[in-house]
Write a protein that binds this ligand. Structure first.
Ligand code: TYD
Length: 138
């Protein structure tokens, strides 16, 4: 799994003078079946989240409010992506090290995930991640 598999998805948008609306339908707008939703909020200035990879989990990260950066790393290359629109979703495939930082005040990060929480699916050590990513690349 490499950075090329990660991408920004443009979600449907119903613009309206009363306020805009975005929706997501399972099996249609998200490239995996959604098993879990979680969100980060009340993130203090300067805080960093993430700092791990997943063995099998697929995720879609959305800046529901405010903005933040996601740094993606496939073990060979890194890319920093600024999310600041609630109609963009960043799809992150398995075996990508991710870090989230640069949170604006009051921002909310919504994550749709393909599986329930399972600590056994995490790689929390960057050295181990690099070793495994190298093995996967062959
Ligand atoms: P973690 O995934 O390490 O947070 P982040 O990557 O955003 O910094 O999770 C932080 C803690 O929350 C950890 O103890 C596991 C727990 N947790 C759950 O219980 N369920 C979940 O769905 C998530 C994402 C985390």
């Amino acid at each position: 799994m490499s950075l090329e598999s990660c991408r920004i998805l443009d979600l449907p948008r119903i613009t309206d003078p009363r306020g805009n609306l975005t929706f997501l339908e399972g099996g249609r707008h998200v490239p995996f079946a959604i098993e879990r939703v979680y969100y980060l909020y009340d993130v203090p200035g300067g805080a960093e989240r993430g700092g791990h990879a997943h063995l099998g989990l697929h995720q879609l990260i959305i800046a529901m409010s405010g903005s933040f950066d996601v740094v993606l790393d496939d073990g060979a290359r890194k890319q920093r992506i600024h999310l600041n629109r609630s109609y963009y979703g960043l799809y992150v495939c398995p075996m990508i090290w991710r870090e989230l930082d640069n949170f604006s005040s009051g921002s909310v990060c919504l994550v749709l995930a393909s599986n329930r929480y399972d600590e056994a699916d995490y790689i929390r050590d960057y050295g181990e991640f690099q070793r495994r990513a190298r093995e996967t690349r062959g």
